[in-house]
Design a protein around this ligand. Sequence first.
Ligand code: AKG
Length: 301
Amino acid sequence: MIFRKSSIPKRQPFTAKLSEEQLEQYHSDGFLVLRGFLNRRIVKQGKQALSDVIRRHIESSEVCCYEALGSEEGKLTAARYCNRHSPFFFQLEPGWDPEGKSSKEIELAVSKLMNHHTEHQVFHQIGPGNVDLLRLIGQIFEDYAVLYQSVAFVKPALIGSEKPWHQDNAYFRMQDLEKVIGVWIALDRATKENACMHVLKGGHRLGPLRHQIADECEIKKDRFDRAKAIPVEMEPGDILIFHSNLPHMTPANNSPYRRRSVQYHFRAEGNTMLSYLDYEKVFKEADGTPASCAAAQARGL
Ligand SMILES: O=C(O)CCC(=O)C(=O)O
């Protein structure tokens, strides 16, 4: 197709900019909350898109492949639905068996979606296609912001399990730890009751902390005082921008309120990915011990 110059839409002018105080706050606390960043219409579309994407996969065996992940005793540890044509997948709460359940029941047990931005235009619009967001992140990086990954956590009501303390850089392997940022976006109200994010304010300045594999990959218990954690309560449309060395967790959701959120990680354009072995020399504690999840898994640390 040939575009005439006049038919090419003009690039939207960037409008968002962080103030000096906000930049300082990000660098000293390791996070920043921007209230009402997304409007109600797009938040509603995001929630609808989550439902649509989940249902489309459950109901179409042409698109979807189903995997039951098992433990040594042959018990189901997690059920996962993947896409035959894309890197997208979602999984259910540990141990929750979808056999004989309706699509609605299954949807309410989903805990995590990976690469959701490939499955719906709204998820692209909220994240990697959001010029205001790219500009803010780019301002922090002093470089262009590029999508690294997208993941959505959808903490189910009553059964949502805990995500233990971790630093996101423990999962990644980017050369410059300063230039990877997570953006956590509330689609529902996120409160202490329904498992909002909890962070260790300023904890990114501790540098890499040793992770170990328990049920999941988590920071070793003695690395900081967990009583110093603070909850970050958010309204739908608020966003949390956080450094990928910031220790954070979400507790179990025992409340009757589902807590949906979507999340994107961005890297600076100039930040490059290392091999697992090279990353051990970057994400390490002060005594040189490799601290990432992969290192813990491979070396039994
Ligand atoms: O949203 C959640 O429940 C957990 C989010 C989290 O810990 C993460 O994104 O690394």
